[in-house]
Structure formats: C-alpha cells, structure tokens
Ligand binder design. Sequence first.
Ligand SMILES: [Zn+2]
Length: 282
Amino acid sequence: MNWFNRVRNSLAFLPKRATEKDLWVKCPGCQQMVFAQEYAENLQVCPRCEHHGRIGADERLRQLLDEGYDVLPQPEVREDPLKFRDTKKYTDRLKQARAKNPHRDAFTVGSGTIEERPAVVGVQDFGFMGGSMGMAVGTAFCQGAERALTRRCPYIVVTAAGGARMQEGILSLMQMPKATVMTRRLKEAGLPYIVVLTDPTTGGVTASYAMLGDIHIAEPGALIGFAGQRVIQDTIREQLPEGFQRAEYLHKHGMVDMVVHRHDLRDRLATVLDYLQPKVAA
Ligand SMILES: [Zn+2]
C-alpha cells in the first residue's frame, strides 16, 4: 500500500466499517459476549443463559403481530405543564429521548392480528425515559383501549416502566385512575384485557393497569413490583426471600398466571385469545 492509500484509508469521513462494538453484545445476565446477529435472531434473548433483554416498541410489535398492522398516531398532549426542571429542563429530557427513539413517547399502540386473531397491542418502551407514565403514556393507553372497543377485540398491553413520570407530578398520577377506568370499560364490553409484564414493571404502572388484566403473563426473570426491594427491606426490617419480585416468584405466589419464554409468547397469546374469545361457528 502506498502512502496515499494509507492516509486515505485512515480518514474519518470514509464509510465506517462495522466495529467490534457493533458485532458483539454483552449479555446483562451472564456478562458474556454474544454475536449481535445471533442475539437479534434469538429475539434479544441470550442463547447462553436465556436472559430476556429489553426491547423497543417496534421490535415488540413486529414479534407479536402479523404483518400489515397499523401503528396508531401518538397522542398530542400538553407538554411540560409544570415547567419542570431538575438538573435539566423536562423539555430537554424529552428532546434527548426523542432523538434516540423513533416515537414521541414511551407507549405505542399497534392494531392488527395475532395469528389471524384480531387484537390491539400496546407496548411500553423502557428505552424512552424508563418507560415512565405521564400524560402521553396514559392517553396512548386509553386510545389503544378505545380502538379495541371499536374493533370489539381483545386489548393486550406489554408493560415496562420505572413508574410515574415525576416531571409531570400529580398529572402523571392521574393516569392511574384514567387507565383503570378504561380497563373497566373493556370488562363491561366483555373484551379480554391481557397484560404481558416485562423487565422491569414497577411503581405506578404496577399499581394500576399492569395488575388489572384478565390474564397476567410475565417474561422469565422480569422484575415486577411496586416499591424497590431495598425500600421494603428497610421499612419492614426483614430480609426478603431469594428471587423476590421476579416473575417466577410472583407466579409461584399467584400474582402472575404464567411465565412464558419470548419465543413462545406469540403462540401463547393466540391460544389465550382462543380461550377467551371462542370463534363463533359460522
Ligand atoms: Zn447471557
């Protein structure tokens, strides 16, 4: 290689080759390096330790719904009504989150079919400000339920949240009763409401729509709870059992109906939909 080629190849504006960082993913469960493509093909589940990684809304909708589903437009809500600022302005935090995410907020609704059974699926994305529930999330949840009511089909919600969005104060807490009322409306209309709890589902979301399903499914190893383990331990001054607040523990103690591997989730949902809404014989 002559000197010209050597210099040209080292220039920064040349197309970036896949770096080692793009090719490998470090599994948060076993800390081993996994080939990124293998990880993606395995639906972001570690092929070595079965750790279920966190996934975004679009990826989740693609995994659960049949091709050709609609994504509902994100609701327009009044932004930053409290003019909130901590170390940063809330509006700046929103801008930052939107720059890294294809959606305007943490809850996205897809309307379509699961193995040909009609369903509306709402997905909360932990990648957007920790999946926190503010007015946009509450409103999108309700729009999903409205769509299910219009289509007269089941509503499935995949939860992941650190809790209420503190930057919206009491307005974020008001989303809890608002969402709860919608689950009642689904019940009154005789439509199934199914919750898929993923890692982590905590705080105000657990205290409202995440625990009001007709059926609760959880992904293996998911952290599900209201307050954190350390807070509870310090309050009651007792050591908590091993695996407390994990999907398997909650299943054993009756808080969750089934723990389902991500590979089986779509099939299992289709089966549950069949049980809850038997096809009417033509
Ligand atoms: Zn692993």
